[in-house]
Design a protein around this ligand. Sequence first.
Ligand SMILES: NC(=O)C1=CN([C@@H]2O[C@H](COP(=O)(O)OP(=O)(O)OC[C@H]3O[C@@H](n4cnc5c(N)ncnc54)[C@H](OP(=O)(O)O)[C@@H]3O)[C@@H](O)[C@H]2O)C=CC1
Ligand SMILES: CC(=O)[C@H](N)C(=O)O
Length: 265
Amino acid sequence: MTSSKKIAVVTGASSGIGSVYADRLAQRGYDLLLVARRGDRLQNLAAKLEQTYGIKAETRVADLEKETDLAGLEAVLAANPAISLLVNNAGIARLSPVTEAPVKDSLSQIALNITALTRLTHAVLPAFKARNEGVIINIASVLAVHAFPVSSVYSGTKAFVLNFSRGLQQELANTGIRVQVVLPAATATELWDTAGMPLTAFPEEAVMTTEHLVDAALAGFDQGELVTWPSLADAGHWDRYDAHRSDLFAATQTGKSAPRLAIPS
Ligand SMILES: NC(=O)C1=CN([C@@H]2O[C@H](COP(=O)(O)OP(=O)(O)OC[C@H]3O[C@@H](n4cnc5c(N)ncnc54)[C@H](OP(=O)(O)O)[C@@H]3O)[C@@H](O)[C@H]2O)C=CC1
Ligand SMILES: CC(=O)[C@H](N)C(=O)O
């Protein structure tokens, strides 16, 4: 893709949250590289966004669980200096007790939610560092900090996204590269068609629309938030949680057994 403008890459742009990110980033003037498996959907969206916003949108069909497709996309991201923003959005949920789920479901979630996100981040970072500029938006989930009996693996993958992003933010703190992690609660998307539990399991008032979700996440980005909880009214919840987490970590640095665990002599 040749472009005089900045290019935003959105993985999982063929539906749900990713398709709204594509729309909003096009509205902000970015050219786009849209990635997913369903090429027809990507092409329809690209054509619509080109017409609506006068930007250039290319598509790339890729199954990010597959080595050849992932390696191909890594090469594209590493080679194109116009790429300045990556939304690591593609993800799946397979909500089921581990004892009842085939191991391939666990591995699929790990491959897409963790491995692909990590590799694509590695792919863009050298050029971002060389230019001292770039944006990475990682889509985690409120389940990054909460596990249900059916979400062991999914919650684990999203906890990875949160901690990976938090570490990167510290690593890149003195650079021009920004990493935002977004933690959506239940959002009305096709994810629920294959998640193993229906969206109707949530009370209607607990479910966000994709438009509200992405607009709130981008408002958080514009306000300089590094960790954005789009549905959380009181941001102080996160500040208190994070301060407590930090205190907990510091309190573990004692070098000796906790008195309650000490073996009586
Ligand atoms: N919906 C919700 O309640 C919440 C969602 N999230 C997260 O939001 C992100 C987006 O999900 P959401 O919009 O809800 O779900 P959707 O199912 O609507 O979108 C998922 C996107 O990922 C793509 N995708 C799935 N598998 C692959 C694959 N193997 N290779 C490449 N692309 C793939 C899909 O496209 P295609 O099938 O064409 O490949 C689709 O574009 C995910 O990371 C999810 O975990 C977080 C919290 C809540
Ligand atoms: C699937 C999700 O990540 C969602 N945040 C949920 O609340 O279940």
